[in-house]
Design a protein around this ligand. Structure first.
Ligand code: NAD
Length: 419
């Protein structure tokens, strides 16, 4: 059962994941020492002129975990619960995501403590521009490259890119990814995390003999990642029976009409109240009789008590850190296959990498080319982690950390950082 002993601090979770992998690989404790804290964390105060004329200051952060493999890479989150430990954890997880996919980046992450539902469009734009001004000394195409995350979008990336150009008086589209196409964004980027998640679900399902045709799916979170994952899984033949968001949920055992759900969400800002569907909470969603469960909202959603209720055969972590360590252990004991976040949600950063490459070349690919490259990289990363999990007789999560730490330790040794 969920107890007060459950680890809910994502930074502590991330550190323990690294420590376990370093130990299991029999590496020097120096590797852990080098990875246990982000190399750089900036805390900023962003004054914003509100529509009322009043000045309001928002707190923000940017963390860069390690530059051992390359520049920092990671999204920017606008959310009331943003805090320094969350940003540090998310930066660490980005390092591992990039390492697992073989991308030439270290991890980074940013966040601003704010409630976007209370901000006007103009206030959001001024906040995004102010945040970019505040972090600009530490970002750049070869330094640290932000991207969208919870409550930030291509539009916000466009404002941040424009602010960077004003500050530096030069066009540098590679300073940010997930930006609008017209400013050098990549085709396929908006749906990339969902597409990547569906690819690894398909691979996992084939390994355990689960046919996707008619497979029942529940998705928590219907934002960028949840909605695209649902669509991609439906395209593979699955039936999406339940979806929840921060305000409520919709359930139909016969399958939800995703087009109607998207239109409803567009109009009402929530999946709640979809005509013809039953209301459902996230706790009820986790316990549904489904084949595949996709947490695509925030950290620590699957607690130990939720883990005991889960009936899915596959849990695909499209969100970052959705499962507490205690819940992860229970899922593993119960024989539920968990595709860890650092693999299942890596499609977004992979296409962000493609976007950065295209910006560097000033030569742009078609969506079909992007999708084909994403497919190849996700399948190859999945195969490597699947093989490692059987070699080490361990979970896909631990195998992914083993693969990541091995790559990072190799880079540290090559730079002469280890004795
Ligand atoms: P988003 O803002 O587009 O959507 C978030 C969704 O989660 C919304 O539907 C929201 O209502 C829902 N949600 C929030 N709190 C909830 C709660 N307590 N219970 C149920 N639902 C809740 O954000 P996103 O970009 O889709 O990101 C979702 C997750 O995926 C995050 O963990 C993020 O870090 C991760 N991620 C995002 C990307 C990306 O490219 N956007 C890439 C990799 C991972």
């Amino acid at each position: 059962m969920a107890t007060t002993l459950e680890t809910l601090n994502p930074f502590a979770t991330a550190q323990s994941q690294i420590a376990r992998a370093v130990e299991r690989l029999g590496l020097s404790s120096q590797v852990y020492e080098m990875l246990k804290e982000p190399q750089r964390v900036l805390s900023v105060a962003v004054p914003v002129r509100m529509d009322s004329g009043r000045l309001q200051t928002f707190q923000g952060f940017r963390a860069q975990h390690t530059d051992v493999i390359g520049p920092g890479k990671g999204g920017v989150r606008f959310h009331p619960a943003v805090n320094i430990d969350e940003v540090k954890a998310l930066a660490i997880w980005m390092t591992f995501k990039c390492a697992v996919l073989g991308l030439p980046y270290g991890g980074a992450k940013g966040g601003v403590v704010c409630d976007p539902s209370l901000l006007s469009e103009g206030e959001m734009e001024r906040l995004a521009r102010g945040y970019m001004r505040a972090i600009s000394p530490m970002v750049g195409p070869d330094l640290d490259i932000p991207a969208p995350d919870v409550n930030t979008s291509a539009k916000i990336m466009g404002y941040m890119l424009d602010e960077y150009r004003r500050l530096h008086a030069r066009n540098a589209p590679g300073v940010i990814t997930g930006k609008p196409l017209v400013l050098g964004g990549s085709p396929g980027r908006p749906g990339a995390t969902g597409r990547g998640c569906a690819i690894v679900v398909r691979e996992a399902a084939s390994r355990i003999g689960l046919p996707l045709k008619g497979a029942k799916v529940a998705v928590q979170g219907f934002g960028n990642v949840g909605s695209h994952t649902a669509q991609q899984l439906q395209d593979l033949g699955c039936r999406i029976v339940g979806v929840t968001d921060v305000r409520g949920g919709a359930y139909d055992p016969l399958g939800l009409d995703l087009d109607a759900l998207s239109r409803h969400t567009e109009a009402h800002g929530t999946v709640q109240g979809l005509p013809g569907a039953q209301e459902i909470t996230s706790a009820q969603l986790f316990a549904l009789d489904v084949d595949i469960l996709v947490p695509a909202a925030l950290e620590n959603q699957i607690t130990a008590s939720a883990a005991l209720s889960i009936r899915a055969k596959i849990v695909a972590e499209a969100a970052n850190g959705p499962t507490t360590p205690q819940a992860a252990a229970l899922l593993s004991e119960r024989g539920i296959l968990v595709i860890p976040d650092i693999l299942a949600s890596a499609g977004g950063v992979t296409v962000s990498y493609f976007e950065w490459v295209q910006n560097t070349m000033n030569f742009y690919w078609s969506e079909a080319e992007v999708n084909e490259k994403l497919e190849r990289m996700m399948v190859s990363a999945f195969e490597e982690i699947w093989t490692m999990s059987s070699e080490y007789a361990t979970s896909l999560r631990e195998a992914a950390y083993l693969a990541g730490v091995r790559r990072l330790a190799g880079a540290m040794a090559a730079r002469g950082w280890l004795e």
